[in-house]
Design a protein around this ligand. Structure first.
Ligand code: MGD
Ligand code: MGD
Ligand code: SF4
Ligand code: MO
Length: 704
């Protein structure tokens, strides 16, 4: 029988809306939701079919038999796995207190379910992946606007000019954003792209700045300098909504385009020409404040400078600018119900909220748990549950992480795949893939807010379960089941929708429910309540930062040059993979089976490396060597080498991914402790590596 189901893609965390066709419980076609995405989908989205059929994923719950990481598993029933975990958690709670359990997840619209679980259990220690993703732009936005990174939408479609500092959007995809950018370009809009190497985005750009690695802050400061010096900013907007502008004007004095040109290795005239263009395009100019900006020591300040550039453009709550997302309340209707349990009033184990008061308490900072594990200060950490999160792939230096995790009595991975962490864990609970499961309803804020839902397209192929059921089952065994008031997804949906008056049937027609027909914009003269800073204004000087002993306007410091014989390791994404979890996907592995090392032609010549040669990439302490082919190119700065993240996996059961390519996180030795005290994120691009022509034949090793 043929069926068509509206759902949400799950091949990355963008969760694009999709339409899935099935026949006799097999997926025959996936496309972007025609009502929202004009059927567009990326290669990864299409490869969902291969994920479904992939037998190299966990097929039933597994409990470890051998030593951690040895890969010897006992296949068990769900009841056995739930009982095993619940018993362990009860014992840990009794002996060390509930706060000794950490739960990490990949954030997203269903995180309230995971938070409810860990909070109801009695622990404040919910954390997520964002310490290696968007924490710096998030904290930068909070410090200036009083609201987070996701509290703005970029109205790219209507912009005249989009400026991207390393936001490589045509490889690091978000389909709706890509479609909007292409529409903008078709209309004659401009795209300025800044990167240390040429990329898919740079190729589409109308202007490309190839900068020295780690100098974005210098370039952004020079842009601010030129705009202020020439009076090209929105003075009315600043007068009305901004405090600290005078401090900015005096701070910016030394940072001229002439100075930045030398620092960044680009032309002064190009910076000045760019500013002239921007002045003509204002206010419909968007400076993207960055997404994965867990990179350099000053990425937080670089992101703050980009936020400041938006403020100077006066582009907030403007068509073609930064728009404040609207929710159910703005449409005059009631929102959905969500699972919730207040956070226990106990100090977080990562120090966020008491030791580090200027950070958003929500998910804290995952990397700060490792020292706590080792020191047991303020208390021991004895269990880590990773729900759709792979700490060993997402954070640097998995060996150091393992040493700390060895202090835990219980490691649980709830994952659709064998993650690197899961392979080391004590229990793997396999979640059904996104095509085989339902998820709770979520509310999507926006210009036109809507309710959306992921719905099962086919029955699970293996003995896997959806997370709403996994958490309910565990909660029941831990006597916190009352926080999960449902026995089936239909009951959960009905409970969620009850205040809204909608039913799940209302999602059948298009896959979502629109809460309004027309885009909602606020009156630009009445934005005062939108900035949740202490003064209610956009604050260039943040009291929270001052109280933490940190500057709001930080004097620029040039990044150190790589030590002799070394390169700065920079990383990024490929359009056909999502981090580490698609590397073993049969279709995507065919498109890109391994990563390569980008190296500048002059640098390669000095080392006798030719394009296509095998090269060894060696960590600073020589503890890890990866061997891959060299991509010798003019289009990367000579101080840097570049690779795509996610490869170098070491799970023997994943035959396509096993040892294919190079692991960037293993090269980042020591970086777990190298983090930004102002922005909170890990400084992933502060690692240096040796490169040499390889005499090795890459062979498969198992690392325990
Ligand atoms: N060195 C280095 N480190 C990085 C990065 C880098 O480029 N280089 N990138 C950083 C960035 S931007 C991010 S966001 C993080 C990402 O880090 P993670 O969030 O850990 O990465 P993902 O691979 O997206 O997903 C984590 C796990 O979720 C599993 N998963 C996928 N779909 C599902 C599902 O439907 N249900 C369940 N239960 N599990 C699922 C995957 O199999 C995977 O094991 O890594 C960061 N760390
Ligand atoms: N296909 C695909 N799309 C994805 C994801 C995925 O895994 N695969 N993951 C999603 C996630 S979780 C995230 S966070 C986003 C990340 O999306 P982005 O924030 O766009 O991050 P990256 O793809 O890591 O691209 C970073 C770029 O920064 C460049 N770079 C390095 N150093 C510097 C520097 O000093 N200055 C400048 N200007 N550039 C520099 C790198 O060369 C690289 O091209 O992508 C999302 N979209
Ligand atoms: S960007 Fe691609 S993989 Fe990610 S959700 Fe959208 S279609 Fe799926
Ligand atoms: Mo990310």
């Amino acid at each position: 029988m043929k069926k068509s189901v509206y759902s949400m893609c799950g091949m990355c965390t963008v969760r694009c809306p999709i339409r899935v066709e099935t026949e006799n419980n097999r997926v025959t076609w996936i496309e972007g939701n025609p009502h929202l995405l004009d059927c567009a989908l990326c290669a990864k989205g299409s490869a969902g079919v291969a994920l479904l059929d992939d037998a190299e994923r966990p097929q039933q719950p597994l409990i470890r038999e051998g030593g951690r990481g040895a890969g010897r598993w006992q296949k068990v029933s769900w009841t056995t796995a739930y009982d095993y975990i619940a018993d362990k958690l009860k014992n840990i709670k009794q002996e060390y207190g509930p706060e000794s359990v950490v739960l990490s997840s990949r954030g997203g619209p269903w995180q309230n379910m995971y938070k409810t679980f860990i909070h109801a259990f009695g622990s404040p220690n919910y954390t997520n992946h964002d310490n290696t993703c968007g924490r710096n732009p998030h904290h930068a936005s909070l410090s200036i606007n009083g609201v987070g990174r996701k509290d703005f939408i970029y109205d790219i479609k209507n912009a005249n000019h989009l400026v991207l500092f390393g936001r490589n959007m045509f490889a690091s995809l978000r389909i709706a954003e890509n479609l909007q950018t292409m529409d903008m370009l078709d209309r004659g809009g401009k795209l300025t792209y800044v990167d240390v190497r040429q990329t898919m985005t740079g190729l589409k750009a109308t202007r490309f700045f190839q900068v020295r690695p780690g100098t974005d802050y210098a370039l952004a400061l020079a842009m601010i300098h030129e705009i202020i010096k020439k009076g090209l900013y929105d003075a009315d907007f600043i007068q009305r909504y901004v405090s600290g502008f005078e401090e900015l004007c005096s701070f910016i004095g030394p940072y001229s385009p002439e100075w930045a040109a030398k620092e960044c290795g680009i032309k002064e005239s190009a910076i000045k020409d760019f500013i002239e263009e921007v002045a003509a395009d204002r206010p419909k100019v968007i400076f993207h404040p960055g997404w994965n900006l867990s990179r350099y020591k000053d990425s937080f300040y670089a992101s703050r400078a980009l936020h400041i550039l938006n403020v100077l453009m006066g582009n907030i709550e403007m068509q073609g600018g930064l728009v404040i997302p609207k929710g159910a309340g703005d449409c005059g209707v009631k929102g959905i119900r969500s699972l919730d349990c207040p956070k226990p009033d106990i100090k977080r184990g990562d120090g966020v909220g008491w030791k580090y008061k200027h950070f958003d308490k929500g998910p804290g900072l995952a990397h700060l748990f490792f020292n706590t594990m080792l020191s047991e200060d303020p208390y021991p950490i004895k269990a880590w549950i990773a729900m759709r999160h792979d700490p060993f792939c997402a954070m640097p230096d998995p060996q150091r992480q393992k040493r700390a995790m060895d202090k835990c009595d219980l490691l649980v991975s709830i994952d659709t795949h064998y993650s690197e962490f899961g392979w080391y864990a004590d229990v793997i609970l396999p979640e059904s893939t996104y095509l085989e499961r339902d998820n709770p309803i979520c509310q999507q804020k926006g210009l036109k807010p809507r309710l959306a839902v992921r719905r099962k397209a086919v029955e699970p192929k293996f003995d896997t379960k959806p997370s709403w059921e996994i958490f309910k089952q565990l909660a029941d065994r831990l006597d916190i089941g009352a926080h999960f008031p449902y026995n089936s997804i239909e009951e959960l949906w009905a409970w969620q929708l009850e205040p809204t008056g909608y039913t799940i049937k209302d999602f059948d027609e298009k896959g979502f429910v629109s809460l309004t027909d027309k885009p909602i914009m606020y009156d630009r003269d009445k934005l005062d309540k939108q900035f949740k800073t202490p003064s209610g204004k956009i604050e260039i000087i943040s009291k929270k930062l001052t109280d933490a002993g940190l500057p709001s306007l930080k004097p620029y410091q040039s990044p150190i040059k790589p030590p002799k014989g070394m390169f700065r390791l920079v990383y990024g994404r490929s359009a056909v993979h999502t981090h580490g979890h698609t590397i073993n996907n049969p279709l995507l592995a065919e498109l890109m089976p391994a990563n390569t090392l980008w190296i500048n032609t002059r640098a390669a010549n000095k080392l006798g490396i030719n394009h296509g040669d095998l090269v060894d990439v060696i960590s600073e302490d020589s503890s890890y060597t990866g061997t891959v082919h060299a991509n010798v190119t003019e289009f990367i700065h000579p101080e840097a080498v570049y690779t795509v993240h996610g490869f170098g996996r070491q799970i023997p059961l994943q035959t396509r991914a096993y040892h294919a390519g190079l692991s960037d996180q293993k090269l980042m030795v020591g970086k777990l402790d190298d983090w930004d005290e102002a922005g909170g994120a890990i400084n992933l691009c502060e690692a240096f590596v040796f490169v040499r022509r390889s005499v090795r034949t890459p062979k498969r090793r198992v690392e325990l």
